[in-house]
Structure formats: structure tokens, C-alpha cells
Design a protein around this ligand. Structure first.
Ligand SMILES: Cc1cc2nc3c(=O)[nH]c(=O)nc-3n(C[C@H](O)[C@H](O)[C@H](O)COP(=O)(O)OP(=O)(O)OC[C@H]3O[C@@H](n4cnc5c(N)ncnc54)[C@H](O)[C@@H]3O)c2cc1C
Length: 436
């Protein structure tokens, strides 16, 4: 079967369907085929792909097992999609404790990348809310993992990139909310200094994120952007329509559609359309949390070569300078991106041995894949991330090398001892070629 990642990579893989009730992993047809769980393929690069190996699909493991209305703890199978969970939970007054920027993510995928949302500074990453998980290992064992039982496997599996075994089910806590509405405020800013000042003053808000026009970055620190902060509305309000896609990109567009000129024009319009310096509104949860989900298959606008995302985190000390330098490099290269996102993570350290979120500023940018040109730019950015003691996000990557991977994850040695030797990925073979 041909499996895809969100950035447009594809991989020929055998597919296997584990059954929870059987409590053992299916065996690959060919000797030596390694295994890798696959959720919805919303990872951008090759961390969800296992070229030439087998994919363990979680698509049929989509059942809610139990819910404790007193504590908000849900027990569900790992293939359940966040969108389905939200549509079940919201009418009952509950929401995800942490949500990534798309709701088309499985619970297994959310755990394996220890995903973060706009509320990292308040709630930490997804893993912080997981109380236990059931892990199938290739040696036939079924491990119940939590902070008190098999705690080392628990820490290795949060953010473990699907390499410690197959998660069949998990327990985690939902968050109580009044209803489906969010009070949002958008504030324009024109420099990195303003961005940092707004982040500081907005710590009391539950959700914060900024959209930036990276082509507007200048060496003096000027940068156009829109700072968005929000909180769940205190009243229940009217029910809202489900957050379904309203438009769809039916096929991959020709690559000339995205040029420096078209991206520049889009960014200019986006900034200019928001005429007010500050705008307040009450919005349904869909457009607030998942604006990109409104356009089905939006990744296809990047054409046949696909898109590359670059997401790093830079520790606060020195972040202003490093960010300024990175943004200037990107603006100069002319390889703009319309989806530039800046966000400050909070102080809460992630528990996962390979978790990406950590105190600092995270920058995420989408680029059209321009082959060698894109790689040359990314390598310049890598140097800046390394110098700043920062890290890259595996979920968004398809080309980082072993050096920056090792530098990004100080607990890698401990992780390697807990990895399941029968599991591997295209990503893993690149960043850790010596560890099976
Ligand atoms: C539009 C968009 C916005 C996004 N925004 C964010 C964001 O704000 N924050 C963020 O952190 N991420 C974000 N992401 C990335 C996304 O949240 C992650 O890549 C997520 O892990 C994808 O989940 P998935 O179910 O599609 O899993 P896949 O992409 O299929 O797999 C991801 C990883 O999980 C492993 N895995 C899947 N199922 C299991 C299982 N049952 N047991 C063990 N391992 C498993 C896989 O082996 C793989 O390593 C975004 C992605 C998109 C496309």
C-alpha cells in the first residue's frame, strides 16, 4: 500500500491491522520487515513512514471505552480521531486539554509526538494529561504504562515517535468548558520586540499564538504579525456547526501557483484585511483552533513536490537575537511561507524522553519544496538552532541529520534502551542509523 505524509512524501509499505482483543502484534509477511504504527499521516515528513517495512494501522481502534464524568478521565482506543472525541465531549461540557492545529489526528499520534497546542504555557503538552497507556511490544508483552507502573516505558512512549511499541489504548483527562465558544482578541504587531512584550502581557490567557509575515522581517527586528489570544467563553452559548471543511483543494496545483509574489500578496492582504489594530470577537471553537481544517487538502496547493515545514524551539535566553537572524535569512532567501507561526512555550518541562516542547519560543514555517534551494536554507537555519541550543520537531521534519537530532534530544541514549528493536521508521534510520 502507498502511505502518505502531510508534506506529500509517499512510501510503499505492507499494512497490518492490530486487534486489541488479541493483545499481540500481527507478524509482518516478510522476515526482517520492521514495524511502525500509522495514525492519520498528519505528520509532515517521514516520522510516520517506514519505507519497505510494515505499517500498523490504528484506524479500526476507534472506540471510546469509558468516561468518568467526575474526573473527566477518558479511556479510549488509540485510533480514535480527536475530531470525533471533541464532537462527543463538547455537548457534555468537556474539551481536549491540549489540541494541535488540526483535529484530524489520532490519540496514538498525539501521544507519540507529545503534541502541543496554543495553551502550552498553561497546560504543557498532551502527554502531561495522559494518565496511562497500553503498549503492545514485539516480544509479545502487553505493558500497562503510567507514572507508577513501567514508568520508563511511559516516559519513552510520550513523544516516542511510535518506536517503543504499538499503543492500543490510553487514558487521559479532558478539560471542563462551558460551551463551544471562544473569546478571541487579535492584535497587530510590527516588531519582534512587540511580539515578546505581547507574549509577556498575555500569560493570563489560555490560548496564545501569532501569525507572522516572514517576508516582512528586517535586520532591525521589524516583523509584521498578528498576535491572537483567546479563552473559552464563560457562557454555554448556542450550539455551533461541526468544524467541517467548507472548501477542498481537489488536486495538487501546478508549482508556479505559489511564488514569492503570490505569497507576498497573500501576506499583505491578510495583514491589511485586519484593518483594526485590535479586534475582539466570539468565535466557534472550529475556526479558532483549526482554521486550516476549513480547507480540505490545503497541502495540495504546494504542488507535486509537496511542502516542507521547519519547526524549531529556541531557549528564551538569546531567542530574540537568534529569531531575528533566522527570519532575516528566510526573508532574504525569498522562500517565503504564508503560514508562519510564533509561540512561546511555558516553563513546564515535557516528561517524554524525546518530547519536543520545552521552555522557549517555537517558530513554525511552511515552504514549498524547492529541492536543493530549500535544503541550503534549512541548513543555514539548522546552524542557528544549534548555536542557540535549540531543537527541531521530528513531526514536521523530513531531512534533519543525526547531528541536530542528537543535539535536540539529550535523553536519546536512555530512549534507545527502551525502543522496541522490531520497530523503525524512515525518519529513525536517517537520524539514528546505528540503533536498531
Ligand atoms: C495542519 C496541521 C497542524 C498541526 N498542528 C500541530 C500543532 O499545533 N502542534 C503539534 O504538536 N503538532 C501539530 N501538527 C502535527 C500533528 O499533530 C502530529 O504529526 C500528529 O502526531 C499526527 O497524528 P496522526 O494521528 O496523523 O499520526 P501519524 O502522523 O500517522 O503518526 C505520527 C507518529 O505517531 C506514531 N503513532 C501513531 N499511532 C500510534 C499508536 N497507536 N501507537 C504508537 N505510535 C503511534 C507514528 O508511528 C508516528 O511516529 C499539525 C499537523 C497538521 C497537518
Amino acid at each position: 500500500v502507498n502511505l502518505q505524509s502531510w508534506g506529500g512524501l509517499s512510501s510503499e509499505q505492507e499494512t497490518l491491522v492490530p486487534e486489541w482483543r488479541h493483545e499481540t502484534l500481527p507478524k509482518p509477511a516478510a522476515d526482517g520487515h520492521t514495524l511502525l504504527p500509522y495514525g492519520l499521516g498528519r505528520s509532515y515528513g517521514d516520522s510516520c513512514l517506514n519505507e519497505g517495512g510494515a505499517a500498523l494501522l490504528s484506524s479500526h481502534l476507534d472506540r471510546l471505552i469509558s468516561f468518568d464524568a467526575a474526573s473527566g478521565e477518558v479511556h479510549c482506543e488509540a485510533g480514535i480521531v480527536l475530531k470525533d472525541l471533541i464532537e462527543w465531549a463538547l455537548p457534555r461540557g468537556w474539551f481536549l486539554p491540549v489540541s494541535p492545529g488540526t483535529q484530524f489526528v489520532t490519540v496514538g499520534g498525539a501521544i507519540a509526538n507529545d503534541v502541543h497546542g496554543k495553551n502550552h504555557h498553561v497546560e504543557g503538552s498532551f502527554g502531561a494529561h495522559v494518565t496511562s497507556l497500553t503498549l503492545l511490544r514485539s516480544d509479545g508483552s502487553v505493558l500497562e504504562c503510567s507514572r507508577s507502573q513501567n514508568a520508563d516505558y511511559f516516559r519513552a512512549t510520550l513523544g516516542g515517535l511510535g518506536l517503543t511499541g504499538f499503543i492500543v489504548a490510553a487514558r487521559f483527562r479532558l478539560k471542563k468548558v462551558a460551551g463551544p465558544w471562544v473569546d478571541q482578541e487579535e492584535i497587530k504587531f510590527r516588531s519582534l520586540r512587540d511580539y515578546f512584550a505581547l507574549s509577556e502581557e498575555s500569560k493570563g490567557h489560555n490560548y496564545v499564538v501569532s501569525w507572522i509575515d516572514c517576508l516582512s522581517a528586517r535586520p532591525d527586528g521589524s516583523l509584521k504579525g498578528i498576535f491572537i489570544r483567546g479563552d473559552h467563553a464563560a457562557e454555554r452559548g448556542e450550539p455551533v456547526a461541526k468544524a467541517d471543511a467548507r472548501l477542498d483543494v481537489p488536486f495538487r496545483l501546478p508549482s508556479w501557483v505559489l511564488s514569492r509574489a503570490s505569497i507576498g500578496a497573500f501576506n499583505w492582504l491578510y495583514f491589511a484585511k485586519n484593518t483594526q489594530e485590535r479586534a475582539q470577537s466570539r468565535r466557534p471553537y472550529g475556526p479558532f483552533f483549526y482554521p486550516l481544517d476549513a480547507i480540505g487538502h490545503w497541502n495540495r496547493i504546494y504542488g507535486k513536490a509537496g511542502l516542507l515545514q521547519y519547526q524549531c524551539v529556541l531557549p528564551f535566553r538569546g531567542a530574540h537575537e537568534s529569531l531575528r537572524e533566522m527570519l532575516v535569512q528566510i526573508a532574504r532567501s525569498g522562500q517565503g511561507s504564508f503560514l508562519g507561526v510564533l509561540k512561546n512555550f511555558g516553563d513546564q518541562a515535557s516528561e517524554g524522553l524525546l518530547s519536543f516542547p520545552r521552555p522557549g519560543v517555537t517558530l513554525a514555517l511552511d515552504f514549498k519544496n524547492e529541492g536543493a534551494r530549500s535544503r541550503a536554507l534549512f541548513e543555514r537555519l539548522d546552524r542557528l538552532v544549534l548555536e542557540a541550543d535549540g531543537a527541531l520537531y521530528p513531526a514536521k521534519d523530513q531531512r534533519m541529520g543525526p547531528e541536530i537530532f542528537r543535539a535536540s534530544f539529550p535523553f536519546l541514549g536512555q530512549f534507545c534502551e527502551l525502543k522496541d528493536p522490531a520497530f523503525s521508521s524512515s525518519f529513525w534510520r536517517r537520524v539514528c542509523p546505528d540503533v536498531h
